[in-house]
Design a protein around this ligand. Structure first.
Ligand SMILES: [Zn+2]
Length: 187
């Protein structure tokens, strides 16, 4: 049986047929997708079996679309909590353990109270426990140095890290465009 339309997101590829984003994976709802098709902004690469009908049209829902116009990647990724976690691969930079996003915080390597700034070069991913233990101490005083010295990542580096985190749902038509195909069940 065909899945309900709400379970039919489309994988969005750039004009070079690579995903616009790996993590979070660039997915559009079927409504956004159909709108883009009618505006002639995308090519349909692959479709679901699912058909939606209105009084004026019938369309098979696209499962993979590619943009007609190439969107260049911004050179410097946004400095956000999420991107800091992604740079550090969701791993606490003090104890080295991975955590789900909601259990992670970020830590100023040089505490703000000691003049440390909120920048790529001074902020690392930390679990709550390590953050609490480190407190407002300088790294060399408490002996807690980040496993990887914090740095400004490139968009490419974040994309590479994002590839390691496949989403929960992968439609089979997406596998040709992703690098997680080896982890999928044989279809
Ligand atoms: Zn930790």
């Amino acid at each position: 049986m065909a899945p309900p339309p709400d379970h039919c997101p489309a994988l969005v590829l750039n004009a070079d047929f690579r995903p616009l984003s790996y993590f979070p994976l660039s997915l559009w709802s079927w409504q956004e997708t159909v709108k883009a098709v009618f505006l002639d902004r995308v090519n349909i690469v692959s479709e679901y079996d699912r058909v939606v009908r209105s009084p004026t049209f019938t369309i098979r829902l696209p499962s993979v679309i590619s943009l007609k116009e190439y969107i260049p990647a911004t050179r410097r990724p946004a400095f956000t909590r999420f991107n800091v976690f992604l740079r550090d691969r969701f791993t606490c930079q003090y104890c080295g353990n991975p955590f789900p996003t909601q259990e992670l915080t970020f830590d100023h390597v040089t505490p703000r109270s000691r003049g440390g700034r909120t920048t790529w070069e001074n902020v690392v991913t930390s679990c709550s426990a390590c953050n609490l233990i480190k407190g407002n101490r300088l790294p060399h005083v408490c002996g807690m140095l980040p496993l990887t010295p914090p740095f400004q990542p490139s968009v490419h580096e974040l994309q590479e890290n994002g590839r390691s985190f496949p989403p929960n749902f992968l439609h089979e038509s997406w596998r040709d465009f992703l690098y997680w195909d080896t982890e999928l069940e044989p279809g």
